[in-house]
Design a protein around this ligand. Sequence first.
Ligand code: ADP
Ligand code: MG
Length: 150
Amino acid sequence: MTTHDIRLDGMQDTQALGRRLAGPMRTGDALLLSGDLGAGKTELARAVIRAQAGRQIDVPSPTFNLVIPYEFRDLLITHFDLYRLENAADVMDLGFLDALDDGAVIVEWPDRLGDLTPPEALRIELTADADRRLARISGSATIVERFLGV
Ligand SMILES: Nc1ncnc2c1ncn2[C@@H]1O[C@H](COP(=O)(O)OP(=O)(O)O)[C@@H](O)[C@H]1O
Ligand SMILES: [Mg+2]
């Protein structure tokens, strides 16, 4: 396990992190975004998806749909928000495993994945205090190196 902290002092830092994470993304990848409500999970997911799109496409929070796919020319990205789910069976019903087979996934509230948690995921824990925001990025040395180059 490797851990790497990145300060997110403003939205431009979140957008820069989004671009950095979008570059290496490929089929089978899972970005697991955890943190409290308002920590910035959706903003980071939006930054990654817009970086893939290469333009400011509409990226709504999946709070109500729970799952929103984005089909780009060379990659499918599926954005999940599992907040309202109870267990792994519900996650299965959303097509999580197919999404991971067919493309990359970005997951808010990944603790709901339980046994379905991909073993080689990149975990990003977001925190927002009064005076600072932080992204704590962790995973195997291999995956952290591939995404961050560190
Ligand atoms: N640097 C930053 N990165 C991400 N969000 C920020 C930042 N600065 C301020 N915000 C604000 O914090 C909120 C994050 O909300 P959101 O991404 O929906 O959180 P979550 O999905 O974790 O509940 C948004 O209102 C956003 O405008
Ligand atoms: Mg959200």
